[in-house]
Design a protein around this ligand. Structure first.
Ligand code: AMP
Length: 498
Protein backbone atom coordinates (compact mmCIF):
# COMPACT_ATOMS: atom_id res chain seq x y z
CA UNK A 1 0.00 0.00 0.00
CA UNK A 2 1.28 3.49 -0.90
CA UNK A 3 2.28 5.65 2.06
CA UNK A 4 2.85 9.40 2.19
CA UNK A 5 6.58 8.69 2.49
CA UNK A 6 6.51 6.97 -0.92
CA UNK A 7 5.24 10.08 -2.69
CA UNK A 8 8.45 12.14 -2.58
CA UNK A 9 7.23 14.83 -0.16
CA UNK A 10 9.73 16.70 2.01
CA UNK A 11 10.38 15.76 5.66
CA UNK A 12 8.71 18.94 6.91
CA UNK A 13 5.55 18.11 5.01
CA UNK A 14 5.58 14.46 6.05
CA UNK A 15 5.87 15.41 9.68
CA UNK A 16 2.90 17.83 9.43
CA UNK A 17 0.83 15.14 7.69
CA UNK A 18 1.66 12.69 10.49
CA UNK A 19 0.68 15.30 13.07
CA UNK A 20 -2.62 15.82 11.23
CA UNK A 21 -3.26 12.12 11.83
CA UNK A 22 -3.29 11.00 8.20
CA UNK A 23 -1.55 7.74 7.48
CA UNK A 24 -2.59 6.75 3.98
CA UNK A 25 -2.88 9.02 0.96
CA UNK A 26 -6.28 9.12 -0.70
CA UNK A 27 -6.38 8.03 -4.38
CA UNK A 28 -6.22 11.61 -5.72
CA UNK A 29 -3.26 12.31 -3.43
CA UNK A 30 -1.43 9.13 -4.41
CA UNK A 31 -2.14 9.86 -8.09
CA UNK A 32 -1.39 13.58 -8.24
CA UNK A 33 1.39 14.30 -5.72
CA UNK A 34 4.30 12.50 -7.43
CA UNK A 35 3.57 14.25 -10.75
CA UNK A 36 3.07 17.64 -9.10
CA UNK A 37 6.48 17.21 -7.44
CA UNK A 38 7.98 16.53 -10.88
CA UNK A 39 6.59 19.91 -11.98
CA UNK A 40 4.16 18.28 -14.38
CA UNK A 41 0.83 19.87 -15.24
CA UNK A 42 -2.10 17.96 -13.78
CA UNK A 43 -5.70 17.53 -14.81
CA UNK A 44 -7.34 16.15 -11.68
CA UNK A 45 -10.91 14.93 -11.81
CA UNK A 46 -12.08 14.72 -8.24
CA UNK A 47 -14.62 16.39 -6.04
CA UNK A 48 -14.35 17.80 -2.56
CA UNK A 49 -14.35 15.13 0.08
CA UNK A 50 -11.72 13.06 -1.75
CA UNK A 51 -8.70 14.75 -0.15
CA UNK A 52 -8.24 16.87 -3.27
CA UNK A 53 -7.01 19.98 -1.40
CA UNK A 54 -4.04 18.21 0.15
CA UNK A 55 -3.22 16.75 -3.27
CA UNK A 56 -2.06 20.20 -4.37
CA UNK A 57 -1.21 21.82 -1.02
CA UNK A 58 1.31 19.14 0.04
CA UNK A 59 3.46 19.17 -3.14
CA UNK A 60 3.27 22.97 -3.29
CA UNK A 61 4.69 23.16 0.23
CA UNK A 62 7.55 20.86 -0.73
CA UNK A 63 8.30 22.79 -3.92
CA UNK A 64 8.15 26.16 -2.17
CA UNK A 65 10.90 25.21 0.27
CA UNK A 66 13.41 26.46 -2.31
CA UNK A 67 13.31 30.18 -3.00
CA UNK A 68 11.76 33.27 -1.46
CA UNK A 69 8.88 35.57 -2.25
CA UNK A 70 9.47 39.13 -3.42
CA UNK A 71 7.23 42.08 -2.65
CA UNK A 72 4.08 42.13 -4.76
CA UNK A 73 5.27 39.11 -6.78
CA UNK A 74 3.48 36.01 -5.53
CA UNK A 75 5.21 32.70 -6.27
CA UNK A 76 2.09 30.60 -6.53
CA UNK A 77 -1.56 31.33 -7.16
CA UNK A 78 -4.63 29.29 -6.25
CA UNK A 79 -8.00 30.26 -7.71
CA UNK A 80 -11.17 29.19 -5.92
CA UNK A 81 -14.79 29.88 -6.91
CA UNK A 82 -16.04 30.86 -3.46
CA UNK A 83 -14.64 32.63 -0.45
CA UNK A 84 -15.34 29.72 1.83
CA UNK A 85 -13.38 27.33 -0.36
CA UNK A 86 -10.54 29.84 -0.53
CA UNK A 87 -10.57 30.11 3.26
CA UNK A 88 -10.57 26.33 3.57
CA UNK A 89 -7.50 26.07 1.35
CA UNK A 90 -5.78 28.69 3.52
CA UNK A 91 -6.58 26.56 6.59
CA UNK A 92 -4.96 23.60 4.84
CA UNK A 93 -1.79 25.63 4.35
CA UNK A 94 -1.80 26.44 8.05
CA UNK A 95 -2.25 22.80 9.00
CA UNK A 96 0.25 21.23 6.63
CA UNK A 97 2.61 24.22 6.49
CA UNK A 98 3.18 24.49 10.22
CA UNK A 99 6.85 23.53 9.81
CA UNK A 100 7.38 26.09 7.07
CA UNK A 101 7.71 29.83 7.27
CA UNK A 102 5.72 30.73 4.22
CA UNK A 103 3.62 33.82 3.68
CA UNK A 104 0.13 32.84 2.66
CA UNK A 105 -2.25 35.61 1.56
CA UNK A 106 -5.96 35.16 1.14
CA UNK A 107 -7.55 37.63 -1.29
CA UNK A 108 -11.30 37.34 -1.10
CA UNK A 109 -14.20 39.76 -1.36
CA UNK A 110 -15.94 41.18 1.66
CA UNK A 111 -12.67 41.82 3.50
CA UNK A 112 -10.78 45.11 3.54
CA UNK A 113 -8.33 45.75 0.71
CA UNK A 114 -5.79 47.33 3.05
CA UNK A 115 -4.98 44.18 5.03
CA UNK A 116 -4.67 42.17 1.85
CA UNK A 117 -2.49 44.85 0.37
CA UNK A 118 -0.09 44.68 3.29
CA UNK A 119 0.28 40.94 2.79
CA UNK A 120 1.03 41.43 -0.90
CA UNK A 121 3.59 44.09 -0.07
CA UNK A 122 5.34 41.71 2.29
CA UNK A 123 5.68 39.13 -0.50
CA UNK A 124 3.39 36.12 -0.76
CA UNK A 125 4.61 32.58 -1.31
CA UNK A 126 1.03 31.48 -1.78
CA UNK A 127 -1.85 33.63 -2.96
CA UNK A 128 -5.31 32.13 -2.57
CA UNK A 129 -8.02 34.12 -4.32
CA UNK A 130 -11.44 34.37 -5.78
CA UNK A 131 -10.95 35.60 -9.37
CA UNK A 132 -12.82 38.91 -8.97
CA UNK A 133 -10.82 40.09 -5.99
CA UNK A 134 -7.51 39.10 -7.59
CA UNK A 135 -8.30 41.18 -10.67
CA UNK A 136 -9.36 44.08 -8.47
CA UNK A 137 -5.94 44.09 -6.83
CA UNK A 138 -4.23 43.70 -10.18
CA UNK A 139 -6.17 46.60 -11.70
CA UNK A 140 -5.17 48.74 -8.75
CA UNK A 141 -1.55 48.04 -9.65
CA UNK A 142 -0.84 46.21 -6.41
CA UNK A 143 0.36 42.97 -7.89
CA UNK A 144 2.73 41.54 -10.49
CA UNK A 145 1.99 38.07 -11.74
CA UNK A 146 5.17 37.53 -13.69
CA UNK A 147 6.74 35.58 -10.81
CA UNK A 148 4.02 32.96 -10.48
CA UNK A 149 5.55 29.50 -10.83
CA UNK A 150 2.50 27.39 -9.99
CA UNK A 151 -1.12 28.12 -10.88
CA UNK A 152 -3.91 26.05 -9.33
CA UNK A 153 -7.38 26.25 -10.84
CA UNK A 154 -9.69 24.48 -8.44
CA UNK A 155 -13.33 23.48 -8.97
CA UNK A 156 -13.17 24.40 -12.66
CA UNK A 157 -16.70 23.20 -13.38
CA UNK A 158 -18.01 25.40 -10.61
CA UNK A 159 -16.03 28.33 -12.01
CA UNK A 160 -17.75 27.74 -15.34
CA UNK A 161 -21.19 27.67 -13.68
CA UNK A 162 -20.46 30.92 -11.91
CA UNK A 163 -19.27 32.74 -15.01
CA UNK A 164 -15.66 33.09 -13.84
CA UNK A 165 -14.00 31.56 -16.89
CA UNK A 166 -13.32 34.88 -18.74
CA UNK A 167 -11.60 36.16 -15.58
CA UNK A 168 -9.55 33.00 -15.32
CA UNK A 169 -8.50 33.26 -18.94
CA UNK A 170 -7.41 36.82 -18.29
CA UNK A 171 -5.47 35.80 -15.20
CA UNK A 172 -3.81 32.89 -17.01
CA UNK A 173 -2.55 35.29 -19.69
CA UNK A 174 -0.85 37.41 -17.02
CA UNK A 175 1.15 34.45 -15.73
CA UNK A 176 4.29 33.18 -17.49
CA UNK A 177 3.72 30.41 -20.01
CA UNK A 178 6.45 28.38 -18.31
CA UNK A 179 4.36 27.98 -15.15
CA UNK A 180 3.16 24.65 -13.80
CA UNK A 181 -0.65 24.37 -13.83
CA UNK A 182 -2.69 22.12 -11.57
CA UNK A 183 -6.29 21.96 -12.75
CA UNK A 184 -9.09 20.30 -10.78
CA UNK A 185 -12.71 19.71 -11.61
CA UNK A 186 -15.39 17.44 -10.19
CA UNK A 187 -16.73 16.71 -13.65
CA UNK A 188 -15.24 16.90 -17.13
CA UNK A 189 -17.93 17.97 -19.61
CA UNK A 190 -16.67 19.07 -23.07
CA UNK A 191 -16.46 22.79 -22.14
CA UNK A 192 -14.20 21.98 -19.21
CA UNK A 193 -12.10 19.66 -21.33
CA UNK A 194 -11.61 22.50 -23.84
CA UNK A 195 -10.50 24.77 -21.02
CA UNK A 196 -8.09 22.17 -19.70
CA UNK A 197 -6.63 21.81 -23.19
CA UNK A 198 -6.06 25.57 -23.32
CA UNK A 199 -4.54 25.94 -19.86
CA UNK A 200 -2.47 22.77 -19.54
CA UNK A 201 0.63 21.51 -21.28
CA UNK A 202 1.01 17.77 -21.65
CA UNK A 203 -0.90 17.18 -18.41
CA UNK A 204 -0.99 14.02 -16.37
CA UNK A 205 -4.65 13.06 -16.01
CA UNK A 206 -5.60 11.75 -12.58
CA UNK A 207 -9.18 10.69 -12.13
CA UNK A 208 -10.83 9.33 -9.03
CA UNK A 209 -14.32 7.97 -8.71
CA UNK A 210 -16.89 9.93 -6.74
CA UNK A 211 -16.58 8.89 -3.11
CA UNK A 212 -18.42 5.59 -3.15
CA UNK A 213 -19.16 6.00 0.53
CA UNK A 214 -21.60 8.85 -0.15
CA UNK A 215 -24.65 7.04 -1.39
CA UNK A 216 -23.92 3.82 0.49
CA UNK A 217 -23.96 5.34 3.94
CA UNK A 218 -26.71 7.91 3.31
CA UNK A 219 -30.33 6.98 3.82
CA UNK A 220 -32.25 8.92 1.18
CA UNK A 221 -35.99 9.60 1.36
CA UNK A 222 -38.54 11.67 -0.49
CA UNK A 223 -41.14 13.37 1.70
CA UNK A 224 -44.51 14.25 0.16
CA UNK A 225 -45.88 17.73 0.87
CA UNK A 226 -48.51 20.12 -0.42
CA UNK A 227 -47.13 22.89 -2.59
CA UNK A 228 -47.60 26.07 -0.54
CA UNK A 229 -44.49 27.30 1.22
CA UNK A 230 -46.10 27.35 4.65
CA UNK A 231 -47.21 23.75 4.11
CA UNK A 232 -43.69 22.77 3.14
CA UNK A 233 -42.35 24.56 6.21
CA UNK A 234 -44.78 22.69 8.41
CA UNK A 235 -43.74 19.37 6.82
CA UNK A 236 -40.12 20.25 7.40
CA UNK A 237 -40.66 21.09 11.06
CA UNK A 238 -42.47 17.80 11.67
CA UNK A 239 -39.70 15.97 9.92
CA UNK A 240 -36.93 17.64 11.92
CA UNK A 241 -38.73 16.97 15.18
CA UNK A 242 -39.24 13.33 14.25
CA UNK A 243 -35.53 12.68 13.74
CA UNK A 244 -34.18 11.32 16.98
CA UNK A 245 -30.68 10.88 15.57
CA UNK A 246 -30.47 14.45 14.35
CA UNK A 247 -27.24 16.03 15.53
CA UNK A 248 -27.09 18.85 13.03
CA UNK A 249 -28.42 19.51 9.58
CA UNK A 250 -28.05 21.61 6.48
CA UNK A 251 -31.34 22.62 4.86
CA UNK A 252 -31.09 23.55 1.21
CA UNK A 253 -33.37 25.95 -0.63
CA UNK A 254 -33.22 26.70 -4.35
CA UNK A 255 -33.55 30.45 -3.94
CA UNK A 256 -31.95 33.04 -1.69
CA UNK A 257 -35.36 34.46 -0.83
CA UNK A 258 -36.48 31.10 0.49
CA UNK A 259 -33.31 30.81 2.56
CA UNK A 260 -34.32 34.05 4.26
CA UNK A 261 -37.95 33.09 4.75
CA UNK A 262 -37.21 29.62 6.02
CA UNK A 263 -34.52 30.86 8.36
CA UNK A 264 -36.90 33.33 9.97
CA UNK A 265 -39.68 30.79 10.17
CA UNK A 266 -37.52 28.19 11.89
CA UNK A 267 -36.17 30.79 14.24
CA UNK A 268 -39.68 31.86 15.19
CA UNK A 269 -40.48 28.25 15.90
CA UNK A 270 -37.63 28.06 18.35
CA UNK A 271 -35.06 26.08 16.36
CA UNK A 272 -31.36 26.71 16.71
CA UNK A 273 -30.76 27.94 13.18
CA UNK A 274 -28.49 30.05 11.00
CA UNK A 275 -28.48 30.96 7.31
CA UNK A 276 -25.88 31.03 4.57
CA UNK A 277 -26.27 32.47 1.10
CA UNK A 278 -24.21 34.28 -1.48
CA UNK A 279 -25.37 37.81 -0.67
CA UNK A 280 -24.32 37.86 2.96
CA UNK A 281 -21.30 39.89 3.92
CA UNK A 282 -18.19 37.89 4.55
CA UNK A 283 -18.03 38.42 8.29
CA UNK A 284 -21.54 37.10 8.74
CA UNK A 285 -20.84 34.11 6.51
CA UNK A 286 -17.71 33.21 8.41
CA UNK A 287 -19.32 33.63 11.82
CA UNK A 288 -22.36 31.67 10.77
CA UNK A 289 -20.31 28.81 9.43
CA UNK A 290 -18.08 28.73 12.46
CA UNK A 291 -21.09 28.68 14.80
CA UNK A 292 -22.49 25.77 12.85
CA UNK A 293 -19.18 23.91 12.86
CA UNK A 294 -18.83 24.49 16.62
CA UNK A 295 -22.30 23.13 17.25
CA UNK A 296 -23.69 26.43 18.52
CA UNK A 297 -26.23 26.29 15.72
CA UNK A 298 -27.93 23.01 15.00
CA UNK A 299 -29.49 23.88 11.66
CA UNK A 300 -28.07 25.82 8.74
CA UNK A 301 -30.36 26.98 5.94
CA UNK A 302 -28.31 27.43 2.80
CA UNK A 303 -28.35 27.98 -0.93
CA UNK A 304 -26.30 25.77 -3.24
CA UNK A 305 -23.74 28.40 -4.11
CA UNK A 306 -22.97 29.23 -0.51
CA UNK A 307 -22.68 25.63 0.57
CA UNK A 308 -20.86 24.13 -2.39
CA UNK A 309 -17.71 22.31 -1.40
CA UNK A 310 -17.81 23.25 2.27
CA UNK A 311 -15.98 20.78 4.40
CA UNK A 312 -18.19 20.49 7.42
CA UNK A 313 -17.40 17.17 9.01
CA UNK A 314 -20.08 15.06 10.55
CA UNK A 315 -23.38 16.56 9.44
CA UNK A 316 -26.02 14.03 10.41
CA UNK A 317 -28.84 15.23 8.16
CA UNK A 318 -29.48 17.05 4.92
CA UNK A 319 -32.95 18.37 4.17
CA UNK A 320 -33.88 19.60 0.74
CA UNK A 321 -36.62 22.12 1.32
CA UNK A 322 -36.83 22.34 -2.47
CA UNK A 323 -36.03 19.61 -4.94
CA UNK A 324 -32.93 20.88 -6.75
CA UNK A 325 -33.54 21.83 -10.36
CA UNK A 326 -30.22 20.34 -11.47
CA UNK A 327 -29.84 16.72 -10.51
CA UNK A 328 -26.09 17.28 -10.03
CA UNK A 329 -26.90 19.64 -7.18
CA UNK A 330 -28.79 16.84 -5.43
CA UNK A 331 -25.62 14.74 -5.36
CA UNK A 332 -23.61 17.67 -4.03
CA UNK A 333 -26.19 18.51 -1.40
CA UNK A 334 -26.57 15.03 0.02
CA UNK A 335 -22.79 14.68 -0.09
CA UNK A 336 -22.67 17.10 2.86
CA UNK A 337 -23.71 14.18 5.03
CA UNK A 338 -22.37 10.65 5.25
CA UNK A 339 -18.80 11.94 4.83
CA UNK A 340 -15.82 9.70 5.50
CA UNK A 341 -18.01 6.62 5.79
CA UNK A 342 -20.30 7.99 8.51
CA UNK A 343 -24.02 7.34 8.46
CA UNK A 344 -26.19 10.17 7.21
CA UNK A 345 -29.77 10.92 6.24
CA UNK A 346 -31.04 13.01 3.34
CA UNK A 347 -34.71 13.99 3.10
CA UNK A 348 -36.14 15.80 0.10
CA UNK A 349 -39.50 17.52 0.31
CA UNK A 350 -41.43 16.81 -2.87
CA UNK A 351 -44.61 18.45 -4.12
CA UNK A 352 -46.76 17.53 -7.09
CA UNK A 353 -44.85 20.06 -9.20
CA UNK A 354 -41.52 18.33 -8.73
CA UNK A 355 -41.86 15.08 -10.61
CA UNK A 356 -39.68 16.12 -13.54
CA UNK A 357 -36.83 16.90 -11.13
CA UNK A 358 -37.22 13.80 -8.95
CA UNK A 359 -37.19 11.65 -12.11
CA UNK A 360 -33.94 13.31 -13.20
CA UNK A 361 -32.38 12.70 -9.79
CA UNK A 362 -33.32 9.04 -9.75
CA UNK A 363 -31.98 8.66 -13.27
CA UNK A 364 -28.68 10.32 -12.33
CA UNK A 365 -28.06 8.30 -9.19
CA UNK A 366 -29.36 5.13 -10.83
CA UNK A 367 -31.69 4.16 -8.03
CA UNK A 368 -35.24 4.71 -6.82
CA UNK A 369 -35.57 6.80 -3.68
CA UNK A 370 -38.08 5.52 -1.13
CA UNK A 371 -40.86 7.69 0.25
CA UNK A 372 -40.98 8.55 3.91
CA UNK A 373 -44.57 8.05 5.18
CA UNK A 374 -46.11 7.46 1.75
CA UNK A 375 -45.93 9.18 -1.62
CA UNK A 376 -47.92 12.17 -2.93
CA UNK A 377 -51.07 10.11 -3.42
CA UNK A 378 -51.06 9.29 0.31
CA UNK A 379 -51.20 12.97 1.36
CA UNK A 380 -54.33 14.09 3.21
CA UNK A 381 -56.27 16.80 1.34
CA UNK A 382 -54.70 20.27 1.51
CA UNK A 383 -56.09 22.70 4.05
CA UNK A 384 -57.90 25.70 2.57
CA UNK A 385 -55.46 28.44 1.65
CA UNK A 386 -54.58 30.75 4.48
CA UNK A 387 -53.75 33.62 2.17
CA UNK A 388 -57.34 34.86 2.11
CA UNK A 389 -57.73 34.47 5.84
CA UNK A 390 -54.51 36.29 6.36
CA UNK A 391 -55.41 39.34 4.29
CA UNK A 392 -58.88 39.46 5.88
CA UNK A 393 -57.33 39.28 9.30
CA UNK A 394 -54.82 41.95 8.40
CA UNK A 395 -57.58 44.36 7.42
CA UNK A 396 -59.59 43.55 10.53
CA UNK A 397 -56.85 43.50 13.08
CA UNK A 398 -54.45 46.02 11.71
CA UNK A 399 -53.83 47.57 15.10
CA UNK A 400 -53.15 44.22 16.65
CA UNK A 401 -50.70 43.37 13.88
CA UNK A 402 -48.91 46.66 14.32
CA UNK A 403 -48.37 45.83 17.95
CA UNK A 404 -46.92 42.50 17.03
CA UNK A 405 -44.69 44.00 14.36
CA UNK A 406 -43.09 46.19 16.95
CA UNK A 407 -42.18 43.14 18.93
CA UNK A 408 -40.42 41.73 15.90
CA UNK A 409 -38.26 44.71 15.08
CA UNK A 410 -35.36 43.67 12.91
CA UNK A 411 -37.26 42.47 9.84
CA UNK A 412 -39.03 44.45 7.16
CA UNK A 413 -41.40 41.59 6.61
CA UNK A 414 -41.63 38.79 9.03
CA UNK A 415 -42.89 35.32 9.46
CA UNK A 416 -44.20 34.88 12.94
CA UNK A 417 -45.99 32.25 14.92
CA UNK A 418 -49.46 33.00 16.16
CA UNK A 419 -50.81 31.89 19.49
CA UNK A 420 -51.73 28.48 18.10
CA UNK A 421 -48.28 27.84 16.72
CA UNK A 422 -49.37 28.56 13.13
CA UNK A 423 -47.38 30.92 10.95
CA UNK A 424 -48.33 34.49 10.28
CA UNK A 425 -46.72 36.88 7.85
CA UNK A 426 -46.40 40.43 9.02
CA UNK A 427 -45.19 43.79 7.81
CA UNK A 428 -42.92 45.54 10.26
CA UNK A 429 -41.38 49.02 10.07
CA UNK A 430 -37.81 49.28 8.84
CA UNK A 431 -35.71 48.48 11.85
CA UNK A 432 -33.55 51.02 13.58
CA UNK A 433 -30.90 48.43 14.37
CA UNK A 434 -30.64 47.20 10.80
CA UNK A 435 -30.41 50.78 9.57
CA UNK A 436 -27.50 51.51 11.83
CA UNK A 437 -25.73 48.34 10.71
CA UNK A 438 -26.33 49.42 7.13
CA UNK A 439 -24.80 52.83 7.82
CA UNK A 440 -21.79 51.23 9.45
CA UNK A 441 -21.25 48.97 6.49
CA UNK A 442 -21.61 51.86 4.07
CA UNK A 443 -18.98 53.81 5.95
CA UNK A 444 -16.75 50.77 5.98
CA UNK A 445 -17.14 50.25 2.25
CA UNK A 446 -16.43 53.88 1.51
CA UNK A 447 -13.30 53.65 3.55
CA UNK A 448 -11.94 50.52 1.95
CA UNK A 449 -13.04 50.91 -1.64
CA UNK A 450 -12.96 54.62 -2.33
CA UNK A 451 -9.95 54.78 -4.61
CA UNK A 452 -11.06 51.98 -6.84
CA UNK A 453 -14.60 53.29 -7.13
CA UNK A 454 -13.40 56.41 -8.91
CA UNK A 455 -11.35 54.60 -11.48
CA UNK A 456 -13.40 51.65 -12.61
CA UNK A 457 -16.44 51.00 -14.73
CA UNK A 458 -18.11 48.69 -12.22
CA UNK A 459 -18.74 49.06 -8.52
CA UNK A 460 -15.52 48.63 -6.60
CA UNK A 461 -16.97 46.14 -4.20
CA UNK A 462 -16.23 42.82 -5.87
CA UNK A 463 -19.04 41.26 -3.85
CA UNK A 464 -21.29 43.01 -6.32
CA UNK A 465 -19.44 41.67 -9.28
CA UNK A 466 -19.38 38.14 -7.96
CA UNK A 467 -23.00 38.44 -7.00
CA UNK A 468 -23.99 39.62 -10.47
CA UNK A 469 -22.18 36.69 -11.96
CA UNK A 470 -23.77 33.97 -9.94
CA UNK A 471 -27.14 35.54 -9.45
CA UNK A 472 -28.61 33.03 -11.89
CA UNK A 473 -27.36 30.19 -9.76
CA UNK A 474 -28.10 31.59 -6.37
CA UNK A 475 -31.38 32.40 -8.01
CA UNK A 476 -33.81 35.25 -7.89
CA UNK A 477 -33.40 38.89 -7.03
CA UNK A 478 -31.96 39.88 -3.70
CA UNK A 479 -34.90 39.66 -1.34
CA UNK A 480 -36.06 42.81 0.39
CA UNK A 481 -35.05 42.81 3.99
CA UNK A 482 -32.16 40.37 3.68
CA UNK A 483 -28.57 40.15 2.51
CA UNK A 484 -26.65 43.38 2.27
CA UNK A 485 -29.71 45.47 2.91
CA UNK A 486 -30.65 44.07 6.29
CA UNK A 487 -27.86 42.09 7.84
CA UNK A 488 -29.42 42.65 11.26
CA UNK A 489 -31.07 39.25 11.27
CA UNK A 490 -27.64 37.80 11.55
CA UNK A 491 -27.14 39.75 14.74
CA UNK A 492 -30.45 38.49 16.04
CA UNK A 493 -29.34 34.91 15.51
CA UNK A 494 -26.02 35.49 17.19
CA UNK A 495 -27.74 37.05 20.17
CA UNK A 496 -30.41 34.42 20.39
CA UNK A 497 -27.90 31.59 20.42
CA UNK A 498 -25.25 33.22 22.58
P1 AMP B 1 -11.04 17.76 0.59
O1 AMP B 1 -11.43 16.81 -0.50
O2 AMP B 1 -9.74 18.39 0.32
O3 AMP B 1 -12.15 18.73 0.88
O4 AMP B 1 -10.81 16.90 1.94
C1 AMP B 1 -11.86 16.26 2.58
C2 AMP B 1 -11.49 15.86 4.00
O5 AMP B 1 -10.57 14.75 3.99
C3 AMP B 1 -10.84 16.94 4.82
O6 AMP B 1 -11.46 17.00 6.09
C4 AMP B 1 -9.40 16.50 4.96
O7 AMP B 1 -8.84 16.97 6.15
C5 AMP B 1 -9.51 14.99 4.93
N1 AMP B 1 -8.31 14.31 4.40
C6 AMP B 1 -7.45 14.79 3.48
N2 AMP B 1 -6.49 13.88 3.24
C7 AMP B 1 -6.74 12.80 3.99
C8 AMP B 1 -6.09 11.52 4.17
N3 AMP B 1 -5.01 11.18 3.49
N4 AMP B 1 -6.65 10.68 5.04
C9 AMP B 1 -7.78 10.99 5.70
N5 AMP B 1 -8.43 12.18 5.58
C10 AMP B 1 -7.92 13.07 4.74
Amino acid sequence: MTTFADLGLSQKVLSAVTDAGYTTPTPIQAGAIPFALQRRDICGIAQTGTGKTASFVLPMLSLLEKGRARARMPRTLILEPTRELAAQVAENFEKYGKNHRLNVALLIGGVSFEDQDRKLERGADVLICTPGRLLDHFERGKLLMSGVEILVIDEADRMLDMGFIPDIERIAKLIPFTRQTLFFSATMPPEIQKLADRFLQNPERVEVAKPASASKTITQRFVAAHGKDYEKRSTLRDLIRSQEELKNAIIFCNRKKDVADLFRSLERHGFSVGALHGDMDQRSRTTMLQNFRDGQLQLLVASDVAARGLDIPDVSHVFNFDVPIHADDYVHRIGRTGRAGRAGAAFTIVTSRDQKFTDAIEKLIGEKIEWHNGDLSALPPAEPSRDDDRSRRKGRDRDKDRGRSKRHQGHKSDIGVDDNGAETIEAAPAPVRAESVKQERKADNNKTHNNARNSRPYPANDDNRERRRYRDHDDGPTPIGFGDEIPAFMLITANAKA
